[in-house]
Write a protein that binds this ligand. Structure first.
Ligand code: ADP
Ligand code: MG
Length: 788
């Protein structure tokens, strides 16, 4: 890189000097030409003057010989000057050395040629034994340097050729000047000869004139008169001569300048030579490096070859040894090989026949597989048929089981004593259980023990899951297309909402039922396609409202289906399709929010209204197209406490009357259904009317009677348990049915109505301790006598 920079600088300065020299030469030559022309003019003038002089001389006598001699001398000196100038010119020409420069140029050209050849040789050399290694990188670097040098050489060549051109031009001009000078000289020589001839003639004339004396005297006199004029002319001539000498000095000066220019171009040439020498040395060094590298590579190669050769020799030795071993083995193996060849031939024969055998085997296997598949298919069909039959049977059995358990079942759940129950004698526990019979509950009412028998009794320790297990079968039957109603009945605070809704950590029947439905539906997904929808409504003061609607305060009506099927429906009741527990939670939350915004005191309100969650399960059998619809109604009833006792008035009394009416109607309907009466008074309340479909026919009903265990609530507990037992113990036989229904329905109503004014007589709690009358849960119920 350094070389490149230096070269550039050197070249730059060289070119500048050569360019500055070139324009300087033109004026010099011009001046020379001018001087020459001046000289010529002067020469002409001189010639003219000489002519004049000669004429005058021709008229004068010998006195003027001295003047003539002087003139001769002047002419002589001028001649000498001209000769010396010519010599000077020739010397300058030799110094400018057109030939020397040409020689130098030739030398440079030869040198360049040689360098070019060397470069070509370098290029022609192979890239190297190991392309990509550091040597090849080095060589490429050197090659780059070389190309740079070449560029510089080319530039130098250009500069040189420029100089050559300049020199050539100068030489041409010099030759021109020389020629002119020669011409001048020749003219001068001729002139001199002419002048000398005339001088001779003048002399002769003078001599002849002298011979003629009288006229000569006159002439001499004339000459004497004219002599001062001639002298003046002579002095003028001398002045002119002086001027000519000055001109010659100027010419010399010009020549000197040219010499200097020549010198500077010499210096430039020397510089260029030095540069070229430097490039040469650089090239030589690069070449040397290349050679060294090549040599080291060659050595490496030789070393590698030697090593490989040595290794190969060792390996060859080992191979030879192995070969010897293999040979001995071969000798021993030959008999074995022979037997193997025999075996192989035999196998070959077998293989040739193998495709045929294989085809045969494949054909038979295919046939067997086809037969097996056919058998499996028929078996499958058979199994499917059996499975369907079993399914029907299971449904029937399940139905029968539920029927045996009773389509209408009543269970009781006793809540634990809570902080809200307070302390003291009022908060003492008044409920006990039969350790051997989970359908018996004992209540200590005003010191008197009263026992009740229901389908099942859950103690305060029973978990939500325990309770749910009891109702699980009902929910499953909903998927089979049955309608199901589950009611939570009891006084406010007895645990109805807890059993139905539960808490987020411990959900109640509602959420568990839907979860069960989801998992059951999933299990049957291969054969059935189910959709589950949910509606939520409440009945308050005999007004039905949609809890999931946009306007929950809107009154809804129950209407008969216009299709004439006799079925009921509620126009405008919102239905949400649910697919996961998350969906259910959202629906519940929405319903809850609706209720909260609608009523400031939700707790109180909810205790005075019936909350219904209606789940509809619609299924389609994928193979048969059979459709089923089951409805699950989960009802959190209004508090059953007898408000009238405390002498309520106005709206409170109206609420109490509505609740009483609807709960009585529910009791009536359930009793009518259980006794299989022809007429069931569904229309007596909104609740029973709404649930008509789900209570009649093959429908299944479960009443969970919630009970508070503490002393202060024993009166309400007694009432609830009596209601439960009465609903449950209605005779199923047709004769007793009517009696039972008549005695319960009308009388209880009246009693309840009167209870709104007067405390209910204890005598109404007829149920004697159920010793001897109890039966195992799920067994066929004993007949009970009508209570009245
Ligand atoms: P209701 O709906 O009949 O008015 P709640 O369900 O609101 O009664 O229950 C009243 C209180 O008793 C609530 O604080 C509830 O958490 C509690 N409770 C009811 N049943 C149980 C139970 N089985 N276990 C624990 N706490 C219960
Ligand atoms: Mg409640």
């Amino acid at each position: 890189m350094n070389v490149e920079k230096t070269g550039g600088r050197l070249f730059g300065s060289g070119r500048c000097s050569s360019l500055s020299g070139s324009p300087g030469a033109a004026p010099v030559v011009h001046r020379m030409v001018e001087a020459m022309s001046q000289l010529q003019e002067e020469k002409c003038q001189l010639q003219e003057e000489l002519v004049v002089l000669r004429e005058r001389l021709a008229l004068h006598d010998s006195d003027q010989q001295a003047t003539s001699a002087q003139l001769q001398n002047q002419v002589e000196s001028l001649k000498e000057k001209l000769i010396s100038q010519a010599q000077e010119v020739s010397r300058l020409r030799s110094e400018l050395g057109g030939t020397d420069l040409e020689k130098h140029r030739d030398r440079l050209m030869v040198e360049n040629e040689r360098l070019r050849q060397e470069l070509q040789e370098w290029r022609a050399q192979p890239a190297g034994p190991c392309p990509g290694c550091e040597h090849s990188q080095e060589s490429t670097r050197l090659r780059d340097q070389l190309s740079q040098l070449q560029l510089e050489v080319a530039e130098n060549k250009g500069a040189l050729s420029e100089l050559n051109l300049e020199v050539q031009q100068k030489t041409d001009r010099l030759a021109e000047v020389e020629l002119r000078l020669k011409d001048c000289l020749a003219e001068k020589a001729q002139e001199e000869e002419r002048l000398s001839r005339r001088l001779r003639d003048s002399h002769e004339t003078i001599a002849s004139l002298r011979a003629q004396s009288p006229p000569v005297k006159y002439v001499i006199k004339t000459v004497e008169v004219e002599s001062p004029k001639t002298k003046q002319a002579l002095s003028e001539s001398q002045a002119r001569n002086q001027h000519l000498q000055e001109q010659v000095a100027m010419q010399r000066q010009v020549l000197k300048e040219m010499e200097q220019q020549l010198q500077s171009s010499h210096q430039l040439t020397v510089q260029l030579r030095a540069q070229i020498a430097m490039y040469e040395s650089e090239l030589e060094r690069a070449h040397g490096q290349m050679l060294e590298e090549m040599q080291s590579l060659e050595e490496d190669k030789n070393r590698a070859i030697e090593e490989a050769f040595a290794r190969a020799q060792v390996e060859m030795k080992a191979v030879h040894e192995n070969l010897a071993g293999v040979r001995t083995n071969l000798l021993t193996l030959q008999p074995a090989l022979r037997t193997l060849t025999n075996d192989y031939n035999g196998l070959k024969r077998q293989v040739r026949g193998f495709p045929l055998l294989l085809q045969e085997a494949l054909r038979s296997v295919k046939a067997e597989i086809g037969q097996a598949i056919e058998e499996v298919n028929t078996n499958n069909q058979e199994l499917l048929r059996k499975y369907r039959r079993e399914l029907q049977l299971r449904k029937k059995c399940h139905n029968e089981l539920v029927r045996l358990k009773g389509n209408i079942r009543v269970i009781a759940r006793v809540r634990p004593v809570t902080k809200e129950d307070g302390e003291g004698p009022e908060a003492t526990n008044a409920v006990t259980f039969d350790p051997d019979d989970d359908s018996i509950i004992h209540l200590l009412h005003k010191g008197k023990p009263v026992s009740f028998e229901l389908d099942k009794v859950f103690s305060p320790w029973a978990s939500q899951q325990d309770v749910f297990q009891e109702v699980q079968a009902l929910i499953t039957s909903c998927i089979d297309g049955f309608n199901v109603c589950i009611f939570a009945y009891g006084q406010t605070g007895a645990g109805k909402t807890y059993t139905m809704e539960g808490t987020p950590e411990n959900p109640g029947i509602n959420q568990r039922a839907l979860q069960l439905l989801f998992s059951e539906v999933q299990d049957k997904a291969s054969d059935w396609e189910y959709t589950i929808t949910v509606s939520a409504a409440e009945i308050y003061n005999e007004v039905l409202r949609d809890l999931l609607g946009r306007e929950p305060q809107e009154k809804l009506e129950i209407r008969l289906c216009p299709d004439g099927s006799g079925q009921l429906y509620v126009p405008g009741l919102t239905e949400f399709q649910v697919q996961s527990v998350d969906d259910i939670n959202k629906v519940f939350e929405f319903g809850h929010t609706n209720r909260t915004t609608e009523f400031t005191n939700l707790n109180e309100h909810s205790s005075r209204s019936h909350a219904l969650l209606i789940v509809t399960v619609r299924g389609v059998d994928c193979s048969t197209g059979l459709r089923t619809t089951g409805k699950l109604n989960l009802v959190d009833l209004a508090g059953s406490e007898r408000v009238g006792k405390s002498g309520a008035e106005g709206s409170r009394l109206r609420e109490a009357q509505h609740i009483n009416k609807s709960l009585s109607a529910l009791g009536d309907v359930i009793a009518a259904l259980r006794s299989r009466q022809g007429h069931v008074p569904f229309r007596n309340s909104k609740l029973t009317y709404l649930l008509q479909d789900s209570l009649s026919g093959d429908s299944k009903t479960l009443m969970v009677v919630q009970v508070s265990p503490v002393e202060k609530n024993t009166s309400e507990t007694l009432y609830s348990l009596k209601f439960a037992e009465r609903v449950r113990s209605v005779e199923l036989g047709p004769g007793s049915r009517r009696t039972e229904l008549g005695s319960w329905s009308s009388q209880e109503h009246l009693e309840w109505e009167s209870a709104c004014q007067t405390p209910q007589p204890a005598a109404r709690a007829h149920s004697a301790p159920s010793s001897g009358t109890s039966s195992r849960p799920g067994s066929i119920r004993r007949k009970l006598q009508p209570s009245a």
